[in-house]
Design a protein around this ligand. Sequence first.
Ligand code: CA
Length: 231
Amino acid sequence: MILLVEDEQSISRPLASALQREGFDTVIAASVAEARERLAEATPDLVLLDLMLPDGSGFDVLRHLRSAGDVPVVVLTARGEEADRIVGLELGADDYVVKPFSAREVAARIRAVLRRAARQRSHGSDSAIEIGGLRLDPGRHSVELDGEELELSPKEYDLLHRLMRDAGTVVTREQLIEDVWDMNWFGSTKTLDVHVSSLRRKLGDDPAHPRYIHTIRGVGFRFSSPDEARE
Ligand code: CA
């Protein structure tokens, strides 16, 4: 079931009918309160989330969702600003579409995000990776640095997981964007850089002399263990 959180009926009604025709069972919620009620009744496969709601912000719904689990979220935004997009991704939205959009575009996004969620679930049985005091456990979806649990956003976790899986080798920026965000490459790299910066901060990595995440200028990033970096 897809939960469509959108207060404008001129958008929600035709979109819900189009999605139904595409084979997605769709339920509409027109406010933050209604979204919470629907979420208490059943866990959707995916949430389509408008940000400007009459009783609050879609971000409130996003926070609520993220505290409860890992339901994929696609943000429907009327605001095109890069900053808002990054905030959306920072909070763990899986993707966004900018209004006005076509139902076909939304359906394509839904399919891409659901595919990626399924892929990540199948990776969920991976064994823990431990490198230089850093331990990432996909089974528990947790990361520990020297025995202390780190609080990472879902995207920071995915990014670290992707880099640690290929530790010692360079992962290109394009590959990271594709694997972590599943987006087509538009040339904008801000979102990736914002996430790498915040991840480094949480790992206590100094960008000038990183212990873990090394920048390979113009190419991408490489995860190394601190011991290796000293050599
Ligand atoms: Ca709205």
